[in-house]
Design a protein around this ligand. Structure first.
Ligand code: UDP
Ligand code: MG
Length: 305
């Protein structure tokens, strides 16, 4: 059985269509499926719709979060609930083409354990946003050690992988985690479609935040950069120090305050940035050490079979 995990946050307009499209597709290809909708604390009628659907249909489970915990938490809850031999995570707005699920499923049958959706084009994203995102992602992809730009949450995972992910206590990032766990994997390219309805819930600011947390989750490179910067600054200061000493010895007065001011503010900013980076990691440690649950499920609805 294939579990279809669909996180939904204020998607009242999309839920029914998403279900019908995917369910029909699975039936046509004689794949047995169960649907898990995770309502990520929506403020619209999303959960009521999921509930209605689960009463009408025979293969739906709906989870309702007590508040908005974010897509990562929703995916995590979905994986925890899935009972299939494999599970696919797909967006509720069907920007991930549902036909690809079949292709992914066939690959799974061939023995692949992680089938990963890779974005070929990014649909009709805002131009400036697109260029900015591209530059930004290519830079940080290098740091985090995986292709953050084209990878997506659209993945089909084997039971083994799901079990491993369910055992991971940390707030990892689903998109990157498949790079970390290993397993036999293959990618499937897809074109990002238009949203079937509603609008995106991500702002540029959130995306940047998301990217930073991705890096922090999978790499400690920024902290190493701080160390390297420290050595670079040390080298520079040795040069300036020697220079200043020579000036002193030969009795030539230092030219003026400008150099001093520039060096001071430069070192000051590097220190602040470095402290910020270290602080960021400490904050993440703090978050994890509190050991709070990743999400709180306030109600569950299940089809009667
Ligand atoms: N989503 C979620 N919680 C959130 C934000 C988004 O569960 O806090 C879901 C949303 O309902 C959708 C998917 O994550 O199914 C992708 O969201 P969206 O389409 O807004 O993002 P984009 O496609 O623009 O990256
Ligand atoms: Mg979308």
């Amino acid at each position: 059985m294939l579990s279809v995990i669909i996180p939904a946050f204020n998607e009242e307009k999309c839920i029914k269509e998403a279900y019908t499209t995917i369910n029909t597709l699975l039936k046509e290809n004689s794949i047995e499926g169960e649907f898990i909708f995770i309502d990520d604390g929506s403020t619209d009628r999303s959960y009521e719709i999921i509930k209605e659907l689960s009463e009408e249909e025979d293969n739906i489970t709906g989870l309702h979060f007590s508040r908005n915990f974010g897509k990562e938490a929703a995916i995590s809850a979905g994986l925890g609930t899935a009972s299939g031999d494999c599970a696919v995570v797909i967006d509720c707005d069907l920007q991930h083409p549902p036909e690809k699920i079949i292709e992914m499923y066939r690959l799974w049958e061939q023995g692949y354990e992680i089938i990963e959706g890779l974005k070929r084009s990014r649909g009709d994203e805002n131009k400036l946003h697109g260029i900015g995102a591209k530059l930004f992602y290519s830079l940080i992809s290098k740091m985090a050690g995986f292709d953050m730009y084209n990878s997506s949450d659209f993945k089909l995972l084997d039971r083994k992988v799901i079990d491993v992910l369910n055992k991971m206590p940390e707030r990892g990032f689903f998109r990157a985690v498949s790079y970390w766990v290993g397993y036999k994997k293959i990618t499937v390219e897809f074109d990002v479609a238009e949203r079937i309805c509603g609008e995106s819930k991500w702002s540029s600011c959130q995306l940047i935040k998301y990217a930073f947390s991705n890096i922090a989750s999978y790499s400690t490179a920024p902290m190493h950069i701080v160390t390297v910067l420290g050595f670079v600054m040390l080298a520079i200061s040795v040069i300036f120090g020697v220079w200043a000493l020579i000036d002193k010895i030969i009795g030539r007065a230092l030219e003026g305050m400008t150099t001093v001011i520039i060096i001071t503010i430069f070192i000051g900013s590097i220190m602040m940035i470095s402290l910020g980076i270290i602080g960021y990691y400490i904050a993440r440690i703090y978050e994890e050490i509190k050991g709070r649950p990743k999400y709180i499920i306030s109600s569950v609805t299940k089809s009667k079979k």
